[in-house]
Design a protein around this ligand. Structure first.
Ligand SMILES: C[S@@+](CC[C@H](N)C(=O)[O-])C[C@H]1O[C@@H](n2cnc3c(N)ncnc32)[C@H](O)[C@@H]1O
Length: 362
């Protein structure tokens, strides 16, 4: 990997040089994206720039990100130089330009070149941002739940994956549903019986009030724990970011309720980390706490996959939203399909290798 090099010295020189790099990368089609950071405008978090094709003309599409909304402005390529020269030095304290040749980071004093994070340019179609499964009528509950832009992206990405898989389901349970963003979203798109389960009674009461208010027939929220709440059989069970071993409780309940589809996106992992051994030849690396932490997460989710396969589910492991939106972006999808694809022996061998004595799914 290249060592970052320092270019430019003074504030006055670095910003114009950075703008020139932007214009060159746009002209030479090496542009990946632009992020303007540390804005002076109160409330504005950052501005994200993508190159898009609009009515057959290239534009720089700028998304101004605020805590609860995005504002988009599309600038024709011929006007980008004027816009950047007027806005960047005056209104932002930092910026990052990603190109396929290298990533340029502008700080108040200098310009730093990093190796490129992406070596290919993204699609230029404007439709990429427009593909939303939630139509305008979803605003009545999205607004009330105060969905942030990041959460909105997460919900839409999640719907893109889950809605087609759950298309045949008549009953869906959302375990550890929190305020019910995804519960409302699934109900909105599929219009089937959707039950959110949540241990925090005040969240359940608020979600039920909102469901009643918008006349959401079939949508209800139940107070209780994933392990013990009383539920009838369900066709699909989902659990997004249920804390620690609550994800395992959800997997177990999904199997017990006879769900044909189980989708979980794990949250924090605490059970395996203290048990994780240092098997050879990984020992030298696992003495680093962070590496051991990540290996424990990997092993926890690996075991979840094996347990699901043991229970007769075909599994897929996918990244459901880009890591810049949430680091908790691993999703395990299980589709019931007998016979079992993993054996108890597979699981025991895996556990023995890492020195894991107990797992919540044992
Ligand atoms: C990080 S939030 C995620 C909420 C929601 N699924 C989402 O993605 O927006 C986790 C939620 O799970 C709930 N939870 C954790 N363990 C639970 C359990 N054993 N039974 C019921 N709810 C639980 C918490 O109270 C919290 O509201």
């Amino acid at each position: 990997m290249e060592i970052p090099t320092i270019r430019g010295k003074l504030t006055g020189m670095a910003a114009p040089e950075f703008i020139e790099k932007c214009l060159t990368s746009l002209a030479e089609a090496t542009f990946v994206r632009l992020t303007l950071t540390r804005p002076r405008t109160p409330g504005l978090q950052r501005v994200l720039g993508r190159l898009v094709q609009l009515r057959e003309h290239p534009h720089l599409s700028l998304t101004f990100r605020y805590p609860t909304r995005d504002v988009t402005k599309n600038i024709p390529l011929a006007e980008v130089a004027t816009w950047l020269r007027g806005e960047l030095p005056a209104n932002f304290k930092g910026a990052v330009l990603s190109t396929t040749n290298g990533d340029w980071q502008l700080t108040p004093k200098r310009l730093i070149l990093h190796p490129p994070a992406k070596r290919a340019t993204p699609p230029r179609s404007h439709d990429v941002v427009k593909s939303r499964l939630l139509d305008e009528s979803a605003q009545q509950w999205l607004r009330r739940l105060k969905v942030s832009p990041d959460k909105d992206r997460q919900i839409n990405r999640y719907l893109e994956i889950v809605a087609p898989l759950a298309n045949d389901a008549h009953t869906i349970v959302d375990m550890g549903c929190g305020k019910g963003y995804l519960t409302f979203a699934l109900w909105h798109v599929l219009r089937v019986k959707v039950t959110g389960v949540e241990q925090r009674t005040e969240l359940v009461a608020a979600a039920n009030d909102l469901a009643r208010e918008i006349g959401a027939t079939g949508l209800e929220f139940v107070a209780g724990t994933i392990n013990s709440v009383e539920l009838p059989a369900a066709d699909a069970l989902i659990a997004l970011h249920a804390c620690n071993t609550a994800t395992d409780d959800a997997l177990r309940r999904g199997v017990a309720l006879g769900a044909k589809l189980i989708v979980v996106a794990p949250c924090c992992h605490q059970e395996v980390r203290p048990q994780l051994g240092k098997p050879e030849p990984l020992a030298d690396v696992l003495r680093h706490g962070l590496m051991a932490e990540r290996m424990a997460e990997w092993a926890t989710d690996g075991l979840r996959v094996l347990f699901l396969e043991r229970a007769g589910y075909r599994t897929k492991v996918i990244e459901f939203v880009e890591s810049e939106h949430t680091p908790k972006n691993l999703m395990i999808v299980g589709i019931r399909e007998r016979p079992p694809l993993a054996t108890r022996e597979n699981i025991e061998r895996f556990k023995a290798f890492f020195g894991i004595e107990r797992h919540a799914l044992d």
